[in-house]
Design a protein around this ligand. Structure first.
Ligand SMILES: Cc1cc2nc3c(=O)[nH]c(=O)nc-3n(C[C@H](O)[C@H](O)[C@H](O)COP(=O)(O)OP(=O)(O)OC[C@H]3O[C@@H](n4cnc5c(N)ncnc54)[C@H](O)[C@@H]3O)c2cc1C
Ligand SMILES: *[C@@H]1O[C@H](CO)[C@@H](O)[C@H](O)[C@H]1NC(C)=O
Length: 470
């Protein structure tokens, strides 16, 4: 194991101030990160007030770009003194409205500042290219590493390498009052520890509501000696998922195992000019030595064949493999292309593997009954799948149907001992579901932690936890 630390920087201040107070705040911001670091232009504010979700609200008033943790801390102190809310911003690829200003802020004056762009996962891997190391956590978008820590992101490699939760080992943070802390102690990166409460874990997935992440220390992996990918079609969802479970049970250290339903495969075929059979399909990838690959591949091939898997297509050349995985990572855009002009909302439930076939089958029935377009792509080895519901944002009736559908799907997952969100986070849209999932006592503990760390509710207010009843 080795590590990497990145400074994450762009973030957004939201402010509700006017006149002289505003001027003094702006000049304080400028004295901290320079004229260039404080932006008020409409385009930059628009860009920092939204993510890739359907949630829309007014943009922040100011965007600030700090250059180092000391500047972030100084900015946070100014905000603390003036009671100004702060919304951290990574790359804005989030899917749950995490960077939105509150929807009731019709008259809001927002200050947002981004000091330098946060390091993204692809930039890190480009930087590591010649070292023989890589960082495997790969959400579909090229997100910032600090944003990924903030949402506890994962992706197609999680089944083998884990999510951000397993791979962040230390965080540098700025708290609401400007205090700088290191969650595992400054500079520490032991392989294991029993040193007190796990503060790192508390901040992973906190979505900017507890503090601003300015640096993350990550676990890196040696690049595998060899890789093989494969595509396999199945007669039914059950057969595809049974193959997944049996492959994992057989101890095959599979690196990626992704499910695409017939609708998703058809969308990918069209979007990426492919010609896979239009049936439930698995995309697989194996990492290891040449010798171990042979074993992994032959065990998996036996298992898939015994479950009716057909049309095996193996790909060892980097070019063919990259084409396959690019198609998978483009699934979002392939889904959007099914209905030009529409937007997509990605559900994100995660259930115990044994319940996966049932929930996918029920979800597909629900989509058909309710006349919705929702191709399904899943990190099936983790029991996590996304139904990418493509919807006309200008059709309130359809939006309402989508909303009811996503609620039903989340409740179905909760009834099967799962969660409403495997990797996208709670943001604005899943706050009520989080209460159902956790129960009121656990929510009270979460609220207590929030009150302790951010007593004035300045850090990304209104996300994760519902506003307290007045
Ligand atoms: C096409 C597509 C595919 C995707 N696929 C996946 C996937 O497979 N798996 C997955 O997990 N996600 C996926 N996502 C969602 C998204 O990429 C992740 O949620 C990602 O972690 C967001 O990172 P970001 O830097 O864009 O954060 P942003 O969208 O900028 O912010 C997300 C949240 O984190 C907070 N935040 C950002 N930076 C910081 C910081 N420095 N300190 C504290 N809080 C911060 C924000 O306030 C907000 O609440 C996908 C998105 C798209 C558009
Ligand atoms: C603490 O949490 C971090 C982040 O989730 C994780 O990587 C680490 O392994 C945890 N440490 C222990 C001792 O559990």
């Amino acid at each position: 194991m080795t590590h990497f630390a990145s400074l994450c920087s762009s973030f957004v201040y939201v402010q509700f101030a006017q006149g002289a107070v505003l001027d003094s705040i702006l000049s304080a911001f400028r004295s901290i990160c320079g004229e260039d670091g404080v932006l008020l232009g409409e385009a930059v504010r628009e860009q920092h007030g939204k993510d890739e979700s359907l949630h829309r609200c007014c943009p922040p008033d100011v965007v600030v770009f700090p250059h180092c943790v000391e500047e972030v801390s100084a900015l946070a102190k100014v905000c603390h003194n003036h009671q100004l809310p702060i919304i951290p911003f990574g790359t804005g690829t989030g899917l749950e409205g995490g960077v939105s200003t509150k929807s009731e802020c019709a008259a809001c004056l927002c200050d947002s500042s981004c000091l330098e762009p946060g390091v993204t996962r692809k930039a890190l891997n480009a930087y590591l290219r010649d070292t023989g190391l890589w960082f495997p956590v790969d959400p579909g978008a090229d997100a910032s590493l600090c944003g990924m820590a903030a949402t506890s992101a994962s992706g197609t490699n999680a089944v083998r390498y884990g999510t951000m939760r397993e791979n962040v080992i230390n965080l540098e943070l700025v708290l609401a009052d400007g205090t700088i802390i290191h969650t595992a102690g400054k500079g520490r990166r032991p392989r294991k520890t029993s040193a007190g409460y796990n503060l790192t874990n508390l901040f992973v997935g906190s979505e900017g509501t507890l503090g601003i992440i300015t640096k993350t220390t990550l676990r890196l992996y040696g690049l595998p000696e060899a890789m093989v990918s494969a595509v396999c079609s199945f007669p039914s969802v059950q057969d595809a998922v049974d193959s997944t479970v049996q492959t994992l049970q057989a101890g095959v250290p599979i690196a990626r195992i992704e499910f695409l339903d017939d609708v998703m495969i058809e969308a990918c075929n069209r979007f990426s000019s492919l010609s896979y059979p239009v049936t439930p399909t698995l995309f697989l990838e194996f990492h290891g030595s040449e010798q171990s690959l042979k074993e992994q591949v032959s065990t998996t091939a036996d298992i898939t064949q015994s479950n009716g898997g057909a049309d095996f297509q193996w790909a060892q050349h980097a070019e063919t493999r990259n084409r396959l995985w690019k198609a998978r990572h483009d699934a979002w855009y392939a889904a959007l292309a099914l209905r030009p002009g529409c937007k997509a909302y990605a559900t994100d439930v995660c259930v115990p593997l044994s319940r996966l076939p049932q929930i996918i089958v029920e979800t597909k029935e629900d989509l058909i009954e309710n006349r919705l377009t929702g191709p399904i792509a899943g990190h099936v080895g983790d029991g996590n799948f996304h139904c990418l519901v493509v919807v006309d944002p200008n059709d309130p009736e359809e939006l309402h149907r989508v909303h009811l559908f996503t609620d039903r799907l989340a409740r179905r997952a909760l009834a099967m001992d799962g969660t409403c969100t495997g990797e996208h986070g709670v943001g604005l849209g899943k706050r009520a579901l989080l209460c159902e999932e956790m129960g009121s006592m656990a929510i009270q503990v979460m609220q207590g932690l929030k009150d302790t760390l951010d007593p004035n509710n300045l850090m990304n207010p209104g996300k994760i936890l519902l506003p307290k009843a007045l």
